[in-house]
Design a protein around this ligand. Sequence first.
Ligand SMILES: CCCCCCCCCCC/C=C/C(=O)SCCNC(=O)CCNC(=O)[C@H](O)C(C)(C)COP(=O)(O)OP(=O)(O)OC[C@H]1O[C@@H](n2cnc3c(N)ncnc32)[C@H](O)[C@@H]1OP(=O)(O)O
Ligand code: NDP
Length: 260
Amino acid sequence: MTAAPRPSPEECKVLPAGALRDRFAVVTGAGSGIGRAVTLRLVELGASVMGVGRRAERLAETAALAGHRFTYRALDIRHEPPDFLAELAELDLLVNNAGGQFIAPAAEISRRGFDAVLDLNLTAQAALLQAARPGLAARGGRVVNLSLSAPDRGIPGLVHSAAARAGIAALTRSLARQWPAIKLFCLAPGTVLTAGVGEELPPEELAGIVERTPLGRDTSLDEVAEWVAALGCGIADAVSGALIEVDGGSGLVAAAALAG
Ligand SMILES: CCCCCCCCCCC/C=C/C(=O)SCCNC(=O)CCNC(=O)[C@H](O)C(C)(C)COP(=O)(O)OP(=O)(O)OC[C@H]1O[C@@H](n2cnc3c(N)ncnc32)[C@H](O)[C@@H]1OP(=O)(O)O
Ligand SMILES: NC(=O)C1=CN([C@@H]2O[C@H](COP(=O)(O)OP(=O)(O)OC[C@H]3O[C@@H](n4cnc5c(N)ncnc54)[C@H](OP(=O)(O)O)[C@@H]3O)[C@@H](O)[C@H]2O)C=CC1
């Protein structure tokens, strides 16, 4: 499906061994896709990680791959209070990765449909940030909020998600000003060929989107994982509030043209 070559997993690993030694991270959505890849890389770099997701069996699969520095909590970030974060006295990195939406024409999205997508991708994440703030501030911690590339340029079929992702970008910038002890980033991947995105879009549509991406390829899990890890390191010390698009340039293309 990928037309243009992309770096191999080993080429993506630019951070030195031990770069995250003694750091403690929480990754939401750690039982699949991007969240699992991020978790495995953070652990490989020396961090301890607590993973969160609804399905315990998925998290247990990640645990089997990650080893003893991974623990997990099976919970729904939309429907359960974020006490597990408020209880943490110290936290180095929060990766707000759990998210998603359904694709539907704007006119067919009900009030409950909007609420569900806004809740998952914005309101629930804001609650996690509020709960994590004391622990993060105690460590000069960082936050990486996963987003979509170019939500501000309009995404037909994803208007609810685009609104939520634009919201999380604004929230990230605003909190970066209000909470100077914490560095916050938005990381916006392009198309990452996870099982999750495969459930949203049929293979031929995904192939078309990848083909029309300026770099002619998808974004790999390893690339996203390395960017998240880098934002958790000293190299990102001078950055806060930024939206970083790791998307092969897809954000430069109008979403309608990308969709074909
Ligand atoms: C053609 C567009 C091309 C755009 C090109 C741009 C490039 C796109 C690249 C895409 C990149 C994105 C990748 C990813 O995000 S990967 C992650 C993939 N996984 C997911 O996204 C799944 C996440 N979804 C969910 O978890 C749930 O669907 C959600 C939380 C969003 C809702 O869950 P909930 O349990 O609350 O939902 P309910 O079933 O209770 O429904 C609530 C209301 O929502 C309405 N609904 C649900 N599905 C649909 C649908 N498909 N169409 C319309 N409405 C829907 C549902 O009817 C409920 O409302 P009502 O009670 O009023 O009926
Ligand atoms: N793949 C792509 O092309 C792109 C993805 N993204 C974003 O990156 C993030 C990860 O995507 P990806 O890995 O592809 O998708 P997945 O669907 O694989 O990952 C979503 C994860 O979030 C968890 N999750 C979903 N809802 C909840 C909830 N209410 N409470 C707790 N956990 C929840 C899921 O686990 P469980 O179901 O067990 O709860 C799952 O592990 C998402 O925010 C997505 O929108 C952004 C741009 C492109």
